[in-house]
Design a protein around this ligand. Structure first.
Ligand code: XUL
Length: 512
């Protein structure tokens, strides 16, 4: 039976996963670490050094080198590459690649005897690519706000955001007008790599395109007025918006044992791909990814925007839309609270919850050790409604975990209600955190063991483009391995605390 390959080009690495949907199995995987495997590109954590801490760029040729190396590794792992019937993929969102007029022609005549990076190097109109970690475009964001006001969020799904591609393109056009003039094509990381696979310009999908502040989500086309304001002639420099199959695999890739001509699905962003890979592409299920930062995402039943401007709306590759909110202070903050309380992980994950009542007698603490994104708050510092430093470790721990869960619920109110939350990421192993989420949301909390949800989503989208139903793959590849049920007796206590969390968000920070 047919295999499908999914490729995830994330910030620090590129991963590939080959699935066999008929057997419900992952049959091969490989990865390339940008820092460890490709040190020549000088992006140790996926980012080039820069004297300005707000500027975060990467070398786009590194992504091409990673694609060559990843496919070579997959082949070397013994994967039956000839059985792969379609390829899908995704990229870190918002990052952009600037190409000159020779790009199309160089793509068309890719020569298997030379690496991709070498052949496409002369097609770069700008040697570096701003990525999502860049926050150097505040001036451009304010200019977009001034020009479009509330329409920007109402039509593109998000207010002007520093890391979004539109403000990044605007800054480039303003500061390097000659290079911008030489730019014939602007791609996202996702559409750039998809273009390399098919040997011609690939479309941008509405999942990743929505992270640009240029895509009109009501028409699902580039917004001509916003594009022209962003940078002169931008609409002509963007590839079309599209979904489904992007094109056929270029013969260049036959050297890895792949069959030229197999369909390549339009690539998407890593978060939309994860929505598919975690099995949350249908409504009523949200994903809470508890990592360095916490991310909350869910399918949206209709196009709608966050009245508080914190959450984003992206296209859902399975159809319709999805929401996403990023909470900067996630696991690093939890770990700091644990350390400062002198608690072991065992105590943090279980013990503290056995010694304190649900609701913590109203004591809440938002652990904002770093500037927060949801809501946008620049001054770091814990926000607490009690004497945080003097409290017992178990009280501090519950105060933080409950405050984070209430903040998630509060910022998800505009999305709708959920029967289930699917939790992933390191902190999802904590029984106390899972029970708190279940009680605060009054929803089932499902643990899923999907390691590379974005790459898996890419593979599932490839299979889906070939007619394999997503629902069947979700059952096989994203099974629920543990369920934590909500306790209805705690619903009222958390309902009462919900307004408190918004008040706490505007409180003064405690002294560090
Ligand atoms: C989403 C975002 C990040 C990147 C990470 O808006 O900026 O999640 O997609 O790769």
């Amino acid at each position: 039976m047919a295999y499908y390959l999914g490729i995830d080009s994330s910030t620090q690495s590129m991963k590939g996963l080959v699935i066999d949907p008929a057997a419900g199995k992952i049959v091969a995987s490989a990865s390339v670490g940008f820092g460890t495997d490709l040190p020549q590109f000088k992006c140790p954590d996926g980012v080039l050094a820069n004297s300005d801490p707000l500027v975060k760029h990467a070398d786009p040729l590194m992504w091409l080198a990673a694609l060559d190396l990843l496919l070579a590794r997959l082949q070397a792992s013994g994967a039956d590459m000839a059985r792969i019937a379609a390829i899908g993929g995704d990229g870190q969102q918002h990052g952009s690649v600037y190409l000159n007029a020779s790009f199309a022609e160089r793509l068309a005549r890719l020569d298997p005897s030379a690496p991709l990076a070498e052949q496409l190097r002369p097609a770069l109109a700008r040697p570096t690519s701003p990525i999502w970690m860049d926050s150097s475009t505040s001036a451009e964001c304010r200019e977009l706000d001034a020009a479009f006001g509330a329409r920007l969020q109402a039509d593109t799904g998000s207010p002007a955001i520093e890391r979004f591609t539109g403000p990044q393109i605007r800054k480039f056009a303003k500061t390097e007008p000659e290079r911008y003039a030489q730019t014939a094509r602007v791609h996202l990381v996702s559409s750039f790599l998809c273009s390399a696979l098919i040997g011609r310009d690939a479309p941008i999908d509405s999942g990743d395109g929505a992270g640009m502040n240029v895509l009109n989500l009501r028409t699902l086309g580039w917004d001509a007025e916003i594009a022209e304001f962003t940078a002169p002639g931008l609409a002509q420099k963007l590839p079309p918006v599209g979904g489904g199959v992007a094109g056929a695999l270029h013969p260049y890739f036959a050297k890895y044992g792949l069959r030229p001509g197999i369909p390549v699905a339009v690539w998407t962003g890593d978060n939309p791909a994860s929505l598919v890979g975690t099995g949350a592409w249908g409504s009523g299920v949200a994903v809470v990814s508890l990592g360095t930062s916490d991310t909350f995402f869910a399918a949206l039943d209709a196009f709608r925007t966050d009245p508080s401007g914190c959450g984003h709306v992206f296209g859902n590759p399975a159809g319709g839309f999805m929401s996403l909110a990023c909470f900067k202070n996630g696991s690093l903050a939890r770990d700091r609270v644990r350390k400062e309380a002198g608690a072991s992980w065992e105590f943090f994950d279980v013990g503290a919850f056995e010694r304190t009542p649900a609701g913590n007698a109203g004591r809440l603490a938002l652990p904002w050790f770093e500037a927060e994104i949801t809501p946008p708050v620049l001054t770091p510092g814990v926000r607490a409604n009690f004497d945080f430093a003097a409290a017992e470790p178990e009280v501090r721990i519950r105060a933080v975990v409950e405050a984070q869960a209430l903040a998630l619920r509060s910022h998800a109110l505009w999305i709708g209600t959920f029967d289930a939350l699917r939790v992933t990421g390191g902190a999802s192993k904590s029984a106390g955190i899972r029970q708190t989420l279940a009680d605060v949301f009054q929803a089932r909390v499902e643990s899923i063991a999907v390691a590379d949800s974005a790459a898996l989503g890419g593979a599932m989208l490839a299979a889906h483009a070939n007619g394999v139903p997503l629902a069947r793959m979700t059952e096989a590849f994203s099974p629920v391995n543990a369920v934590c049920q909500p306790r209805p007796e705690h619903a009222a206590a958390y309902d009462k605390l919900l307004p408190e969390i918004r008040a706490l968000e505007s409180a003064e920070p405690l002294a560090p």
